[in-house]
Design a protein around this ligand. Structure first.
Ligand SMILES: *Cc1c(COP(=O)(O)O)cnc(C)c1O
Length: 430
């Protein structure tokens, strides 16, 4: 299968090349030349097995095709259990059992497993640049730690990620460099973009990125939806509907593509925080990216969802069809807090602020009479956001073992100004 750009101005390329490049040369996002048509899909014996079966058509004819089962075993070596919620026919798909306790571990580990296999002994080290508002950087750092021939530079806005997120970013060392930038997330992203476009620097130190537009993150994220929905279908005969907490639309886009491939998913509803570009679009307004506003669900503080271009491609630019296919709702900080507090008091359930946006949207849907079986995607473990969650539920949260292991390591991040020449030095050092 070949891959083309959403902007149609780049040569068709192989999957390996698309994964290595991240973004297409014309600034667009890589998409398959033609999407495999919907077909009956097989439930694998476990998540890794379902993943390999589902993703195989995208790897057909590629240099990595034979390695796909091993890549899936390596990336999906922790579970994604679906558990019932207290409210009838509602479920939670827990995506936070990986090394850094957020769903981004799946994509980051799959990408690292692919890039490791694409490296040749004689290649110069490849530098992965990541600007992060918290979770992406930690997942990428954990996935690439001590991988030969690969190094990672993570930039995060100093003082604007949670203390536990900051600790996770700085605790790896070795081939991982953490930089805390005196500036905003947008400043961090601007530094990364400038470096990636710096031809002289690229010649000196080959660079790539690991943001949520990467096919190497998008494809694996289809797997947990497929595994959960196929198992649910087998057990009950019913399709599963989902509410997905959404920022850059990476996680939700994976569910949308999985459904197009034939995964028995019903409705896919998007939940955002107060950054409501998508809810406005789906309720009929023009698509108008905005500056992001800070919320307590900080991994979703996105004003210009980077995968929106892929979604439009899937609907062939037909915004009316797109609006008819999805709904999106915005949940503000007060509603997030109320939901976390109320679900704990009523049912003893604990959610991270991101997951709580989806729980709130599901509650509202049920209130409006939505029928059928539903699940919310739980994108992070609540203990990762203890400074928000613990005061609301009035108790301390147990930290999952993998996260506790990271928090027990010493951590260090170099402070830098939001200044390109300073950052460039770090990249050039190689
Ligand atoms: C990244 C992230 C999201 C948003 O996912 P997108 O793919 O950007 O839509 C939601 N919740 C958590 C915990 C995250 O880390």
């Amino acid at each position: 299968m070949n891959f083309i750009s959403t902007r149609d101005n780049s040569p068709a390329t192989t999957l390996s090349q698309a994964i290595a490049a991240g973004l297409a040369p014309d600034g667009g996002l890589y998409v398959p030349e033609t999407l495999p048509s919907a077909r009956p899909l097989e439930l694998g014996s476990d998540l890794a097995d379902t993943a390999a079966l589902l993703i195989a058509p995208f790897f057909a004819g590629d240099a990595l095709a034979d390695a796909l089962p091993a890549i899936c075993r390596e990336a999906f070596d922790f579970p994604a259990p679906m558990l019932p919620l207290a409210t009838p026919d509602d479920h939670v798909l827990e995506l936070f059992h990986g090394p850094t306790a957020a769903f981004k571990d799946f994509g980051a580990r799959f990408l690292a497993a692919c890039l490791t296999r694409l490296r040749k002994q004689e290649d110069r080290p490849l530098t992965i640049l990541v600007a992060t508002s918290g979770d992406t950087g930690a997942a990428v750092a954990a996935a690439f730690h001590n991988r030969p021939g690969l190094r990672v530079i993570v930039l995060y806005p100093d003082g604007r990620v949670s203390p536990r997120q900051a600790h996770q970013l700085g605790c790896f060392g070795d081939n991982i460099t953490a930089l805390r930038v005196a500036g905003s997330f947008d400043d961090c992203q601007a530094l990364v973009k400038r470096a990636l476009n710096d031809a002289a620097l690229q010649a000196q130190a080959p660079m790539s990125s690991a943001n949520s537009i990467s096919l190497g993150r998008l494809l694996p994220q289809m797997s947990y939806y497929a595994h959960a929905a196929l198992a649910h279908k087998r057990a009950t005969g019913e399709a599963l509907n989902f509410v997905i907490p959404t920022g850059n639309l990476g996680n939700a886009m994976a569910a949308i593509i999985a459904r197009a491939l034939g995964v028995p998913l019903g409705r896919i509803v998007l939940a955002t925080n107060a950054n409501d570009v998508l809810p406005k679009f789906f309720s009929g307004a023009d698509y108008s990216p905005a500056d992001s506003a800070a919320t307590i669900a900080n991994a979703m503080d996105v004003g210009a969802p980077s995968n929106f271009e892929r979604l439009r491609w899937l609907y062939r630019g037909d915004d009316a069809a797109l609006r008819a296919a999805f709904t999106a709702s915005s949940v503000d900080d007060g509603q997030i807090r109320d939901t976390i507090r109320a679900r704990y008091q009523a049912h003893g359930e604990v959610f991270c602020p991101h997951t709580a946006t989806a729980v709130k949207v599901l509650q509202d849907l049920r209130g409006q009479g939505a029928a059928g079986d539903w699940a919310v995607a739980a994108t992070a473990h609540p203990a990762k956001f203890e400074s928000v969650v613990e005061p609301l539920i009035g108790r301390t949260l147990e930290v999952p073992p993998a996260l506790a292991g990271l928090l027990a390591r010493p951590a260090h991040a170099d402070p830098i100004a939001a200044d390109y020449s300073v950052f460039r030095e770090y990249v050039a050092r190689g």
